[in-house]
Write a protein of this length. Structure first.
Length: 813
RNA sequence: GCGGCGGUGGCGGAACGGUAGACGCGAGGCCCUCAAAAGGCCUUGUCCGACAGGGCGUGUGGGUUCGAAUCCCACCCGCCGCACCA
């Protein structure tokens, strides 16, 4: 069967193709799969996309790096193990075997010699090495902090793994807050570079936008409010220093370390204590509800507003977030909706300091007013100025007085990487009573994950139970020490795998810089949008940090990014619970890998979501069958396999038409591939086949053979098995050894074309015109067209528009 | 609320400001067959019309243009991301 997904050539070596001195090295990379169960349709789409590009690049003469690996540590595997009782090492290995088998059956051209799994000691040894590099550079640090804790998975989560409404991304449980000592990576040091370097990379706008939003850069000022009684300065961040004169109270987050001290001895001390305790236990979901009534408690203390010396009361309230800015705010109820709501609830003064420009005497009505206007009721130096102008002047004044300065604030938080889980990369640190947290010496890496039977989560890492493993010697003083028992977030593993592929078998280093210089950065990265923030931000951070440490000489890991859309069934995400899962294996069994791969690319633009249709699959299956049968029929004709494949020299009539269609397809498929328009590229091959079928009796054998072989050659990146079979039947050659075909410019142009004749912009006729006919002749042709005359006769022609090669438009009255 | 993306036949989707609906699915008719499957041929936006041809058509309303699915303005709807971010 031609469309059967089997074939002798399903394993095209990846880094083949003669490396010519002028040909570039190209790194084509699809995001590595998380091996859980079997590959799903999304994997088929991703790797079909990447393989098409890899093939195209190779046949254009590039050396192509196209590797594969498995993101094999992590929660899903461990949760699966907990459910089934099968050790994650075993279930992960089984799953990897299944992925390998299917990737081979799909015929994805992978360089298997570089295959890796992040759970192998030979890989995570270097993950640990990178951690220690970051530790030495001060980019990995321990900190006790309020952290997000999932009570179901029994682990700490990164901010990024908690959904907007406070649920665990993995299991859906409501997340709690706990105070724990954790390892963090100082990604915030890179906030500005992560933001500005987005400008230089070829990524989809929506991904860049998501990253920009996540980094959340705000320009403003840091302003110091002083608590005279305690002799403490409290800086706040504000984007609106122009409203400083309207600050009538001051609010701290419940997590602010000074809250209890401030309330001590005050009239509301007990109430503050209770409020803080309640806020800390409340889920981020409950706390985050925007429509929630504003609550809070006065601290019984005052701070001084630096611009006017006014004493304003301090409050604790949960609408202020510890993790943004300084955990304290100046409240300007006249010009901030949240502060306004709080002031209303607590009967606090509301003072307008900005008025709309056309209404400088505006009263208290219309508040809160968050728009721009002129400064009022503030200070004689600023009153009457447009607020944006005054903003700069006020900041300068603060700076001169030493009461504040211009400041930039980011929403991005440091990356919390500790996980109290078993199935992850051990953190290579030992704790010594005398020396503290000490890095494991490099020559002792990897710190291997011990084999343990009980990996059930218990609120502390399961590794803590492996006493023999935990007990260690301090590398500095040789005294007794204990190993860190937390493991790393899986996203650490996948933040550098693209580097390891460059030198995957190196046992002495994570990579030889010569190899990353050769291949990196990745020329084309491909994956789902779901990684728009997490993985892609972390990988960029690692790249920059490693470059700063002298291990890399580039700043961005992925020059170009392509994000594929989801594959749905009946309009819904495929899921076991819905029972609408389409398994790639069953499709490949039924119609073959070529059909499956072509269909997933033909169904629509790859960046968009696509709905799976079995009928659509059948249509592609029929197309491949028609192509194969025609090729077989041509090959069986006398002379059907002889001589080189070549465009006919001076074709006429039907031969010319078929040769033209062939060159049209060559041109179209190439340009479509370059713009990721796979669906139209496949449609062009379909059109070529339709032309071949129509002209199979009329055209000369060699013209037909050229057309059919070209169709196969153009289809090879999408359907490698049938295409290479057809090509070899017709030519005796291997299609992957053939350079990508070039269209003959002369045959892309015709000497006559159909001139569209419009009257008042409406098509009224079509006539044959010579390609080189001058405008006057085209105009005459149009005027002579019968149906044009019917619409023009008796009217006055007021304008003639002649677009040679296209149309003539006559404007009549 | 802020930001991003999108809205085209019965369906998936094509269309450098220049023939709207390529290609495929589905549907209808026909051929092959004892019959079916497979395969092949034809039709298929919609309305009027036997044909020729014509009217209407790319979410809505305006605008720019000889000409707009495409560019601009306003709005409606859908999807995605962020959201008490000071």
């Amino acid at each position: 069967d031609p469309a059967e997904g089997r074939g002798p050539r399903s394993r095209t070596a990846a880094v083949t193709g003669a490396p010519g001195p002028e040909e570039p090295d190209t790194y084509v990379l699809e995001m590595l799969p998380y091996p859980s169960g079997e590959p799903h349709i999304g994997h088929l789409k991703c790797y079909s996309l990447g393989d098409a590009i890899a093939h195209y690049c190779r046949r254009r003469g590039a050396r192509v790096l196209h590797p594969m690996g498995y993101d094999a540590f992590g929660l899903p595997a461990e949760n699966h193990a907990i459910r089934t009782g099968v050790h994650p090492r075993v279930s992960t290995a089984e799953s990897i075997a299944s992925f390998q088998e299917q990737f081979r059956s799909w015929g994805i051209s992978i360089d298997w010699s570089r295959e890796l799994a992040t759970s192998e000691p030979s890989y995570y040894r270097w993950t640990q090495w990178i951690f220690l590099e970051l530790f030495r550079a001060g980019l990995a640090y321990r900190s006790e902090a309020a952290v997000k804790w999932c009570p179901n998975d029994q682990t700490v989560l990164a901010n990024e793994q908690v959904s907007a409404d406070g649920h665990c991304e993995r299991c859906g449980a409501v997340v709690e807050i706990r105070q724990l000592e954790q390892w963090l990576l100082r990604i915030t040091d890179y906030a500005e570079r992560l933001l500005s370097d987005l400008d230089g990379i070829d990524w989809p706008d929506h991904v860049k936008t998501m990253q920009r939003n996540w980094i959340g850069r705000s320009e403003g000022a840091e302003v110091t409010f002083r608590c005279e009684e305690l002799d403490v300065d409290y800086p706040v961040f504000t984007t609106r220093p122009d409203t400083l004169f309207g600050a009538t109270f001051f609010v701290m987050a419940p997590e602010h370390p000074d809250v209890l001290r401030l309330a001590e001895g005050g009239p509301d001390e007990a109430a503050v204590r209770e409020y803080v305790n309640h806020a800390l236990t409340e889920s981020s979901e409950e706390r985050g509800r925007a429509e929630k009534q504003k609550t809070g408690v006065p601290l019984g203390r005052f701070v001084t507003n630096p611009v006017n010396g006014e004493r304003i009361p301090m409050y604790v309230a949960d609408y202020v977030l510890m993790e943004y800015g300084t955990g304290a705010i100046m409240a300007v109820p006249a010009h901030d909706e949240r502060d306004h709501a709080f002031a209303e609830a607590f009967g606090l003064p509301i003072r307008r300091v900005i008025a709309p420009a056309d209404e400088p005497d505006a009263g208290p009505e219309g508040l809160p007013y968050t728009g721009d206007g002129v400064i009022v009721g503030s200070h004689s130096d600023f009153d009457g100025l447009p607020n944006r102008e005054a903003l700069g002047a006020i900041v300068q004044w603060l700076d001169r007085e030493g009461k504040g300065h211009a400041s930039v604030n980011y929403r991005l938080r440091d990356w919390l990487i500790s996980r109290q889980r078993y199935w992850g990369c051990p953190i290579p640190i030992v704790y010594c009573d005398r020396c503290g947290a000490v890095p494991v010496p490099e020559d002792e890496l990897p710190v291997e994950l011990p084999e343990i039977d009980d990996y059930m989560p218990k609120g502390r890492s399961p590794l803590a139970a492996a006493e023999d493993w935990v007990n260690a010697r301090c590398p500095e003083c040789d005294g007794p020490a204990r190993r860190e028992t937390d493991t790393m977030d899986t996203f650490v593993d996948s933040s550098w795998y693209f580097l390891r592929y460059c030198d995957a078998r190196n046992e002495r280093a994570a990579w030889d810089p010569a190899t990353t210089r050769e291949w990196m950065p990745v020329d084309q990265y491909i994956g789902g949008v779901e990684h728009a923030i997490l993985h892609l931000m972390y990988a960029r951070f690692f790249t920059k940090a490693l470059a700063d440490l002298g291990h890399l000489d580039f700043q961005e890991p992925f020059t170009a990014l392509f994000t594929q859309g989801m594959v749905t069934k009946d309009g819904a995400k495929m899921s076991k619970s819905r029972g609408n899962v389409v398994s790639p294996a069953s499709i490949v069994d039924r119609v073959g890998a070529d059909t499956a791969r072509c269909y997933i690319l033909f169904v629509g633009p790859p960046e968009q979501d696509a709905d799976w249709s079995d009928e659509g699959v059948d249509g592609v299956f029929r197309f491949l069958g028609r192509l194969w049968r025609l090729a077989a029929e041509v090959a069986e004709r006398p002379g059907g396999t002889h001589g080189p494949i070549a465009s006919p020299r001076s074709p006429e009539g039907d031969d010319l038409a078929l040769a033209r269609k062939t060159h049209w397809a060559i041109d179209k498929v190439g340009s479509d591939l370059r713009r990721f328009s796979f669906n139209t590229a496949i449609a062009a091959v379909m059109e070529l086949l339709n032309a071949c079928s129509r002209l199979r009796e009329q055209a000369e054998l060699q013209t037909l053979r050229f057309a059919v072989a070209s169709a196969a050659s153009l289809l090879f990146p999408f359907a490698p098995h049938v295409s290479s079979d057809i090509y070899e039947r017709l030519t005796g050659e291997r299609v992957w050894d053939q350079p990508w075909p070039e269209a003959d410019e002369a045959l892309l142009e015709t000497e006559v074309y159909e001139l569209v004749c419009q009257v008042n912009g409406k098509v009224r006729d079509r006539v044959q015109a010579r390609t080189d006919a001058p405008a006057q002749e085209l105009l005459a042709l149009c005027l002579a067209a019968p149906n044009v005359r019917a619409h023009v006769d008796g009217r006055e022609i007021v304008k003639e528009v002649v677009i040679p090669g296209k149309l003539v438009n006559l404007v009549v009255r």
